[in-house]
Design a protein around this ligand. Sequence first.
Ligand SMILES: [Zn+2]
Length: 367
Amino acid sequence: MTAMFRTSETFPGRARRRVLPRPLRATVRATVLATVLATLLAGPLRAPAHAQDATVEPLRVVATVGMVGDLAARIAGPCGEVTTLMGPGVDPHLYQATSGDVRALGRADLILYAGLSLEGQLGAVLDRFGARVPTVAVAETAVGEANRIEAGEGYAYDPHVWMDVGLWTDAVPVLRDAMADLRPACADALARRAEVLTADMEAMDAWIASAVATVPEPQRVLVTAHDAFAYYGRAYDLALQGVQGISTESEASIADIRTTARSIADRGVPAVFIESTINPRTVQAVLDAARDLGAEVTIGGTLYGDALGEAGTLEGSYLGMMYVTTRRIVEGLGGDPPPLPAALDDWRDRRGLRDGAALDAAYEAAS
Ligand SMILES: [Zn+2]
C-alpha cells in the first residue's frame, strides 16, 4: 500500500512539467497565471446552456474498461471527465496497470471498475486506491447473485455481465448515484441523462433479441475463443461453445479444439467468430479442424466481448459494440437482423449517422 502511494506522490500527475525544458516551463506557468488572473478579473464570461452542469467543476472519473467508462461518460455529460484505462483490443483479464494508470487513478475523484474478478491483475492497485478514493465495482454492485452466472476456474461468477444489455441497465443507477453523491448539484442532470441512456439500452436489448431470433434454430450456436458470451446466450437464446473458458490466461488444448470442431461439424454451424481482444489462432485451429471433418464453416468476423472498438467509431461505444457484435453473429449464422427501431434514431443521429444507410456504412467499416 505505502509503496504504491509513494509512487504516485513522487510523480503527482506532473508528467508534462518533467518533459518541458526549464525556460518553456516558466513561460507556460506565466501564461497560465495570466489566464487565470484575467478570468478572475473579468468575472463570469459565458452564459452556460446548462447552468446546473457548468457551474460545477467536472468530476474526474477513471474507469477501467470501456463498457463501464462509456456509460459513465454518457450519464456524466459535462458533469464529469471520464478516462478509460483499457483501450480497444485490450484484454481486461490480463491487463496490468501502467505508471500512467497509477497517475490517473491518483488524480481521480471517482474510480469505476467492473469487478467480479474481471480485472484480475488490477485487484491490488484498486484496493490501494479504494482506501482513499471513492471506488465502485459497478458490475458487482449492479448485478446481484441471483442474476449472475456461476463459473469455475478461479472465477466465482462469470464477469461478462454487460453482454446482456437488459441486465446491464442495472449499472445505470449505480453510476448515476456514485456521481450524484460526489456532485449533488448535478443530480438532476445526471438523472435526466441516465433516463435517456436506459431507454436506449432497453431498445437495443429488444432489437438484439429480435435479431437473434431470425437465426434458424439448429444454427443458433455461437463458437468463440473464450466464454465471454454466456450472458448474451442466456438473454438472447443462443447456445454457446467457448473454446477456452472464462479467462484468457491459458491456451486452448488440442482436446478442446477437437471437441469444438466435432460439434461444429455435427450441427452444421456456418460460422465461428474471433474477438477483438483475443489472438485468433485458436479459432483458426478450430476452423481448420472442423473443415477436416467436412464442415462448411467460415470465420464470421470480429466480435467485441471484452473491449470497445476505436473511439469515434460505431463499435467505440457500448451500444455500438453490442450492435456490431449482434449483426456479425446474426448474419454469420444465417439470420436477417431487422432495422433498428425508431426509438434508437436519436442514438444513431448523435453518432453522426443520419439514416439507416449511414448506419449500414458504419457497420461495414467496423474492424
Ligand atoms: Zn473475457
